[in-house]
Design a protein around this ligand. Structure first.
Ligand code: MF3
Ligand code: CO
Ligand code: CO
Length: 274
């Protein structure tokens, strides 16, 4: 059975308990999550045909450094870059390289900064120039599935309701939900309890309580849900090579609902194709 603990009473390591955070923690999360959101906003002007994902990676590193933030990805389990850049049929954990983006690509950039000891984790999709209608629809469905799942969050609801909302919407739109990766508790640790599944039943999982902080980051495919990890040990791709999309917010449970920490200051979390 899952148990809950006041974060100030818990050691700074994985314990399997769900941490409950206070206003001081929420203030720290607001700051770092806003920085991640500002960085993702700034990338919208940069992402065009011809730009390489290494250029995006260097931009993210410099953006954080200007504000005194470190990238959580760098050296995480041996990862050697600042962010993840997942193009087309890459589901997640795409590694930046020197290949230029091409007109019609869709790319997810996933950024996690650490500031004042707090982790801010968010990702979005960017259309590269003009994209096909099927790709545009996938981005709409993925974004909408995330936002619908956030709407169900309040104390007393079970975490399974979050995944159920994503699955019901995405599958209703003839898309599929990736099972192999999930959202996660986040705060002073990058990946903490609980696992946030993007599918399931509303009466499953731990009960949501005020003060919980976690990510929701559905990966939705146009084809089948199966994925495989390439021999680099990171890059996850769809087995059927169908397009995949992902959006990620970091949220906190409040007394009456939830606060989205990674909202876009420019209101460009979802970008329509050119
Ligand atoms: N930001 C990813 C997440 O949403 C994790 C990336 S870990 C890395 O949880 F090592 F691949 F960078
Ligand atoms: Co995450
Ligand atoms: Co992330």
């Amino acid at each position: 059975m899952v148990s809950y603990i006041d974060y100030k009473q818990a050691p700074l390591k994985y314990t399997g308990q769900i941490r409950l955070f206070d206003e001081e923690a929420f203030a720290g999360m607001r700051k770092v999550c806003n920085l991640a959101a500002c960085c993702l906003d700034a990338l919208a002007d940069m992402i065009k045909p011809g730009v390489t994902t290494n250029e995006i990676d260097r931009f993210v590193l410099a953006f954080g450094a200007r504000e005194g933030a470190l990238p959580a990805d760098l050296n995480y389990r041996g990862y050697t870059h600042t962010c993840c850049t997942s193009i087309n049929h890459v589901v997640c954990h795409g590694i930046p390289d020197d290949k230029p983006l091409r007109e019609g690509d869709i790319i997810n950039v996933d950024v996690t900064f650490i500031l004042g000891g707090w982790h801010g984790d968010s990702s979005r999709m960017y259309p590269v120039g003009t994209i096909k209608r099927a790709a545009e629809r996938l981005l709409e469905v993925t974004h909408e599935s995330l936002m619908r799942s956030i709407e169900v969050i309040k104390p007393g609801v079970r975490l399974g309701a979050v995944g159920a909302a994503i699955q019901r919407y995405a599958e209703g739109e003839r898309c599929s939900v990736v099972r192999d990766f999930c959202g996660h508790g986040v705060g002073q640790l990058f990946h903490d309890t609980p696992n946030v599944l993007h599918y399931g039943e509303p009466d499953e999982g731990p009960e949501l309580r005020e003060g919980m902080i976690f990510t929701i980051e559905p990966m939705i495919n146009l084809g089948k849900p199966g994925v495989k990890v390439l021999s680099d040990g990171w890059t996850a791709v769809t087995r059927d090579r169908s397009l995949s999309a992902q959006y990620e917010h970091t949220v906190g449970v409040t007394a009456t609902g939830c606060e989205i920490f990674t909202l876009s200051p420019k209101n460009i979390f979802f970008i329509h194709s050119a």
